[in-house]
Each structure stands twice: as C-alpha cells, then as structure tokens.
Design a protein around this ligand. Structure first.
Ligand SMILES: [Zn+2]
Length: 264
C-alpha cells in the first residue's frame, strides 16, 4: 500500500514538473518569430470626439508608415504568418478601424489609396446601410475591391459579457452570416465590441467559426499571442497636429526599435 502511494506521488510530481517546463517554453517562445503592429482607429474626422483622429493627422500618420517602408497586411496574412504558413514582409502592419463610420469611406479611404496602404474595417452589420453615420453595403463592396478587408464587429455592438449565451452566439454568428451573405466571402475575424472579452466569449467565437479575434489589449502580435485575444495599439484620442502621441504609442516597447520607428 505504501509503495503504491509513493508511486502515485512520483507520478504527480513528474506531472507538475512537466507543466512547469512547458510554461517556461511558452514564455521563451514569445521572443521568436515575426512581430506585427496592429493599429486601432475608429473615426477619421475633424471633430472633438475622443474616438476621432483629425484628417490631416491621419494623413501624416499614413505618410509616415508608407515612408518607413511598412507593408500593410490583412488578418488572413497575420494568421498565416504567425502560424508559419507564409513568410511575412518586413515591417508588417495591420491597420484596423472599428464600427464602420461613414468617415472611414469619405476621409480615410482616399488617404489609404494615396499611400497605397491596405486596412481592415470591423463593421456592425445591423447599422450598415441603416444609420446615416455608418457606411453602406455599396461603399463596403467598393472598398473591398480596392484592398480594404471587411470583418465582423458583432451584429449590434452590444456588451457581450452582459448577454446570456444564446444572445452572445446570435451576435457572433448572425453578424458573420449576414456579412458573408452581403459580401460573398468568408468572414473569419472579429473585433470584440469595446474591446472586452473573456475566455467564455472567446470559446463561443471559436465555436461559431472565427479564426481569430482582436481586443484593445495594448501590445504587439507575435507567436506568443492568443488568436482570440489579439493585441492592438489604440490610435485615437491623440493630441492634435502633432505626431508625438502616435510615435509614443507605436514605440511603447523596446522591440519596436527594430522597426527604426523611434524618433527622438
Ligand atoms: Zn466598437
């Protein structure tokens, strides 16, 4: 009996040791592979709304990215690059917009075209072609034909953590279905409304068929990132007519020095 107890202890001990070793491997893996900067915008307009970046500031920021030799990628490319399925270009950047405001079409789109930059817009399908402040399906289709990717920001932009499971599922799945029906291609990425998420919501997102989801967790996406809690750098509520906030936010980590982006 004593012998069995001792063997059981050794087995438990080995299991504990193994899980500790795995954790160390996971942490060290974070420093390997590509690092992708994901920028998060909302409005591009000359208003004092804290979610807005002024048009001339947005132009300066996009010019800076283009002049720095950044290559803009899509969420699909981010996913394939992190998984080692494709080789990402040097200085990969994913420019994202949340909500699908009309100014993304009227103000941001011409500037993106001018600098030959791609971007991804997470839209709210129940608002699309419904509310005047948001884009129409025709505008989304036109943008997609010029290199802008459209993905989901849930059906109604409701706080997901306050909803029962069937409604969370409805928000995630019905937005995906409606966008696929209107735009005619798979919708596989999500941005959580207001950036909040938890493991339970992430599990439902995965279950209904998303490949990844973006948060407003401040950071850079790399091999150590969770595909259902992808990091972004918020670029809104920045000081106007200055690049100071923009530089500081994208230079938040020493690792960005390798991009040559720290301007003093
Ligand atoms: Zn939003």
């Amino acid at each position: 009996m004593k012998k069995i107890f001792l063997i059981a202890l050794i087995i438990i001990g080995l299991g504990f040791y193994h899980s500790q070793a795995q954790t160390v491997d996971e942490i060290t893996a974070i420093s390997e592979g590509p690092k992708i900067l994901v920028l998060n915008y909302h409005q591009v307009a000359d208003t004092n709304n804290p979610l807005a970046v002024h048009v001339s500031d947005f132009d300066t920021q996009m010019k800076f990215l283009a002049d720095s030799g950044c290559i803009t990628i899509t969420p699909d490319e981010l996913y394939a690059g992190i998984n080692g399925e494709i080789e990402l270009p040097p200085k990969p950047v994913l420019i994202t917009f949340d909500d699908g405001y009309i100014d993304n079409y009227t103000n941001a789109f011409p500037i993106l075209k001018k600098y030959k930059l791609r971007a991804t817009i997470f839209v709210i399908p129940a608002f699309t072609s419904v509310y005047p402040g948001y884009m129409t399906w025709e505008q989304l289709k036109e943008m997609e034909s010029k290199g802008i990717a459209i993905e989901s920001h849930t059906l109604n932009h409701t706080k997901l953590e306050e909803l029962p499971d069937d409604e969370i599922r409805n928000e995630l799945l019905n937005s995906k279905n409606l966008l696929e029906e209107q735009l005619g291609h798979p919708i596989e990425f999500l941005a959580y409304p207001t950036g909040t998420y938890n493991l339970h919501i992430a599990g439902i997102a995965q279950d209904v068929g998303y490949k990844g989801a973006f948060t407003i967790k401040y950071g850079v996406v790399d091999k150590g990132s969770n595909f259902f809690a992808l990091e972004r750098v918020p670029i809104f509520n920045t000081a106007q007519n200055t690049m100071k906030d923009f530089y500081e936010r994208i230079a938040w980590r020493q690792s960005f020095e390798e991009f040559g982006w720290i301007k003093k």
